[in-house]
Design a binder for this molecule. Structure first.
Ligand code: NI
Length: 181
């Protein structure tokens, strides 16, 4: 089956605030599996439901796996909440929904998070550094916030302009291709 496409900036669906998952249904389980497949295919270390067009508070993550090596151990995170934030850290971030761009973002260095899994078990955990950054990045997605909303206005507008040009080029190429068929 075809993988779900990842929505990309400036798709307005990425700006929506997502709703809590009220009940774990078969549809939610299927969506989580679809998201895991997309995450490994891209590849990425995390993916939030709004990135595949579903405005619900569901995230998948696997920070121990890379394209090259490592065991896959995907985690499905339902209704994550950040309970506490501490310290600050600057990390170079990228996002599957923000093509061809990376930038340093300042976030909390340590966070305490609460979420449930697909069986309804509740977890509270403390995480730091990459894990903390990833949690904050993904929860941002659920609130309609992209990492480029957390960089300077100048950097963001330069990227937005470049992205516009990229899209125009893609459109022109697409047009030429369809014209040739
Ligand atoms: Ni992202």
């Amino acid at each position: 089956m075809a993988l779900r496409p990842v929505l990309q900036f400036p798709d307005p669906r990425l700006k929506r605030r997502s709703l809590a998952v009220a009940e774990i249904t078969d549809e939610i389980r299927e969506l989580a599996q679809d998201m895991i497949d997309v995450m490994y295919d891209e590849p990425g270390i995390g993916l939030a439901a709004p990135q595949v067009g579903e405005a619900i508070r569901l995230v998948v993550m696997d920070m121990d796996w890379t394209d090259e090596e490592g065991e896959k151990s995907p985690r499905v995170i339902v209704n994550p909440e950040i309970l506490e934030r501490e310290g600050s850290i600057t990390w170079s971030e990228g996002c599957l929904s923000v093509p061809d761009f990376q930038s340093e973002v300042e976030r909390a260095e340590r966070v305490r998070v609460r979420y449930t899994d697909l069986d309804g078990n509740e977890f509270t955990e403390e995480c730091e550094e990459l894990r903390a950054v990833c949690f904050q990045h993904e929860v941002d997605h659920l609130d309609g916030v992209l990492f480029i909303d957390r960089i300077s206005r100048l950097k963001r507008s330069l990227y937005a302009k470049r992205r516009k040009k990229m899209l125009k080029l893609e459109e022109e190429e697409g047009g030429a291709q369809s014209g040739a068929v």
